[in-house]
Design a protein around this ligand. Sequence first.
Ligand code: PLP
Length: 403
Amino acid sequence: MVCTEPTTSADTMALDSQYVMHTYARLPVVFVRGEGCFVYDADGKEYLDLVAGIAVNGLGHCPPKVVEAIREQAGTLMHTSNLYHTVPQPKLAKLLVEISGMTKAFFCNSGAEANEAAMKLARKAAKASGNEAKFEIVTAEQSFHGRTMGAITATGQPKYQKAFEPLVPGFRYVPYNDTDALKAAVGENTCAVILEPVQGESGVHPANPEYLKAARELCDKLNAALVFDEVQTGLGRTGKMFGYQHFGVVPDIMTLAKTLGGGFPIGCCLARDKWADVFEPGDHAATFGGNPLACAVSRVALKVLVEEGMIENSATLGDYFIGRLRALASPHVKEVRGKGLWIGMELYPDAGGARRFCEALQRAGILAKETHVNTIRFAPPLVATKDEIDWAMERIRPVLAMP
Ligand code: PLP
């Protein structure tokens, strides 16, 4: 067998095209290195990363303490399976419980897996109530919860579901932030209501506090689990540790991933009080879930997040960035909204779509991601500085001034 290494970006993209399934509409750039808020392509060009690996690189690229933790744990113990105890897993669980107000953790590898765990947990708890029909899960239209079968069923967007029907039975969808519709959909047979405190994929739409309070009351009344998908909103992205803290509404079950590993893959489903002891041995599992490498790294990442003031930075820098984006006064911009460093810039329908602006931003050395056709989404690393945002604004201004 002749094995030729790719030598140019074009080689890499050709290799990708030939050997990797075409599930991503990648932009034509090959990244080879990252440091702080910047990534570098194969030609050495630098980009300010305002996507942060879709909110994964909250601590920036290659955060030194996380890199060091990976090195140390990789040379000690990477994996033994959940047949045995390992030291890092319960230590991470304890830290997460302390910061989240939850009671116990289940570890997995991604956001979708965390949501699968949450849904199974809610269904099992409901079955124990004696009502065999109590399996309905209510989720919001335009939500996003991941790409496994359960997670795409929970995701209230037909475009992600159509090709894969039949979906998992027992789901109902309601318009986000519509309290009356929620009240009409939630009943005796509801086992869970799953919501994002700030909807991301729909274009960064924060919940109304009254809506989440109504969801809390309904779940309490009907003995259903209130699940917050904090995969994207959790861990500082919105300027607080968790998105729910903006609203004063505490969920029963909460899912995390993205920033949780500081760039390393890990997911988690947290549950509180009576929901924390629903799973028994054999109910749920993940071979890689909670492996010592991911858990040791995640614990360091969480400590860095807290000790280095990144959550406060997300709040203050987010306000600054939103203010500067609003002050652009571009004729294309309909609205700028967000919380912390989690910002959506919605363009008018006649602006020609957000993707062309994201492509122009990339040429100018800024990474940003379009969502829902007309919204440019900014999710900078939480370590970004005012100077970096000013640097970004110098490049964003001419792009938003395009005809
Ligand atoms: N939930 C939310 C709110 C997300 O934004 C995402 C991914 O973007 C997911 C779940 C799925 O996470 P993953 O891609 O790690 O499975």
